[in-house]
Design a protein around this ligand. Structure first.
Ligand code: MV4
Length: 502
């Protein structure tokens, strides 16, 4: 049984994992870069080891340094969190070679799902719907043109080693095919050292809906329903919610079964996520699998009532899953927003720096997963996400209202954050009504732009008018000074002060 876990991560997710360790009586070990000496995850852990200079490729991404720390403290296992080494098959293998448990799936599962062409082939074999397109790397332009004529324009060219929006290209017309493919190939080679690209039919204005799965090492696999993640900006998720406002019980059941089939196809054993793109008619297609714990996992935890990190640790301990599919149901509604240290009113410019004051929202149905504290300086070396605010309520309407209340109560000074932007999202009719897809932010700019708006100007004018009115009332009560001239109280006050100075 695992007694000590090294958390190979930083920030909110390191603390999130350590919280569950503490509940399970497992010791937690932090690793930190030189820029993170005073970071909260170091304080929260039972032990901490420095693993190198600030840049992540000299610290959080250096496998040798992390393995060294794990050996020094005799950790039984490593939890990679998300990002950094969490989807690095070589790291998972290295842990195994060193006799340290990697809390995550096998390197086989990571490798198969990490290569999007092999993932498509696996899904086709498992009967999981994929977007119409190619299942081999594009070698010759002539063949590509033939395939594109079959599936019809527009199409997307995607890098097999890509994912999350990296190395994608949209092709609208025939003349763009050859230059598009060539450009995608050289981009993919430069970015991933692999020039394999494939073609998919373009799905216009899709939803991004993903299914959480849990699988153990005894062949049991379940899904924990969906998360709607269509509110994204430049392939960064901004808001996630569950249940999805567009889902029906029938489609949910079918997609859940396909998500389980997808995980089974790679002998998956851990927590994982199957991403689908879904059109307005609820046709859905496998997009990719994320072989890690995801940022937005708390909304599933809240609605399904499962601690996903605890289950990951139990699975790593070879325990069989303690839930059966029939045991699980969605209870109420949860929404998460991601808070970034960015200025939403200045083109989302990064805003690192010192946090002067922070008041976190509390109260019924509110969870806050963060790590910054008063006086903490947010380093500029890492992801600008500083926290996640998660709310739960019995209904979607109440969850939106609760999120507005929590955002109102959330105060951070010293740095700029995306909180004002998130409040505007919560007040946008398409979001409030649950009618949105991946074009939400683009389509609702009028609601999401900073309010240099008329209503603010009206409030300013009203304030000035009230002030002038107030002054004039004071002026009317002017007293008569001893020399007989009429002097206002304000002027008298000013004179008194200047006299005091003499
Ligand atoms: C697509 C697509 C339309 N058609 N594939 C973007 C991230 C990467 N995971 C896949 N992405 C997309 N793939 C086909 N065949 C549209 C997107 C897409 C998108 C997907 C999910 C969430 C937000 C998105 C924003 C723009 C484009």
């Amino acid at each position: 049984m695992i007694k000590k876990i090294l958390v190979a991560n930083r920030g909110e997710i390191a603390i999130r994992v350590m919280r569950t360790c503490r509940e399970m009586g497992i010791k937690s070990v932090a690793v930190y870069s030189e820029a993170d000496r005073s970071s909260m995850h170091v304080r929260y852990a039972d032990e901490a080891y420095c693993i190198g200079p600030a840049p992540s490729n000299e610290s959080y991404l250096v496998i040798d340094n992390i393995i060294d720390a794990a050996k020094r403290c005799h950790a039984d296992a490593i939890h990679p969190g998300y990002g950094f080494l969490s989807e690095n098959a070589g790291f998972a293998d290295r842990c195994e070679q060193e006799g340290i448990i990697f809390i995550g799936p096998s390197s086989h599962a990571i490798n198969t799902m990490g290569d999007k062409i092999t993932a498509r082939q696996k899904m086709l074999g498992a009967g999981v719907p994929v977007v119409p397109g190619t299942s081999e790397p594009i070698q010759e332009i002539d063949k590509a043109i033939k395939v594109i004529k079959e599936i019809g324009l527009p199409v997307m060219v995607k890098a097999s080693a890509g994912g999350g929006g990296k190395g994608m290209r949209l092709i609208h017309e025939e003349s763009e095919i050859e230059p598009g493919i060539k450009a995608a190939q050289s981009e993919a080679l430069a970015a991933f050292g692999n020039d394999a690209v494939y073609i998919e039919k373009y799905i216009n204005s899709p939803h991004h809906i993903e299914f959480q799965v849990l699988a153990d090492k005894h062949g049991n696999c379940i899904h924990l329903f969906e998360r709607e993640c269509s509110v994204q900006r430049r392939h960064q998720k901004v808001v996630e919610e569950t249940p999805s406002p567009i889902m029906t019980p029938e489609v949910r059941k079918e997609m859940g079964a396909h998500a389980v089939a997808a995980a089974r196809a790679v002998n998956y054993a851990s927590a994982g996520t199957i991403e689908f793109i879904v059109d307005d008619n609820l046709n859905y297609y496998f997009l990719e699998m994320n072989t890690r714990l995801q940022v937005e996992h708390p909304i599933t935890e809240r609605v399904v009532g499962v601690d996903l990190v605890k289950e990951q640790i139990n699975i790593a301990n070879n325990l069989p899953l303690r839930y059966k599919q029939e045991d699980l149901k969605q209870n109420g509604h949860a929404i998460e927003v991601r808070i970034y240290a960015e200025d939403p009113d200045n083109n989302f410019m990064p805003s690192p720096g010192k946090v002067m004051h922070i008041t976190e929202p509390l109260g019924l149905g509110v969870r806050h997963d963060g790590y910054v504290y008063e006086g903490y300086t947010i380093p500029m070396f890492y992801d600008p996400m500083i926290s996640k605010l998660i709310v739960w309520a019995p209904t979607r309407k109440e969850a939106v209202e609760r999120m507005k209340r929590a955002l109102y109560a959330y105060k951070i000074t010293g740095i700029k954050t995306s909180i004002p932007f998130l409040s505007r999202v919560m007040n946008t009719p398409a979001f409030v009504e649950g009618r949105y897809n991946t074009h939400f932010i683009q389509d609702n700019q009028q609601y999401l732009e900073p309010k240099d708006d008329a209503s603010q100007k009206i409030r300013d004018v009203a304030a000035i008018t009230a002030f002038v009115d107030y002054i004039s009332k004071i002026e009317s009560k002017t007293r008569v000074s001893s020399n007989g001239s009429s002097v206002s109280n304000w002027k008298a006050f000013g004179r008194k002060k200047s006299l005091n100075r003499l």
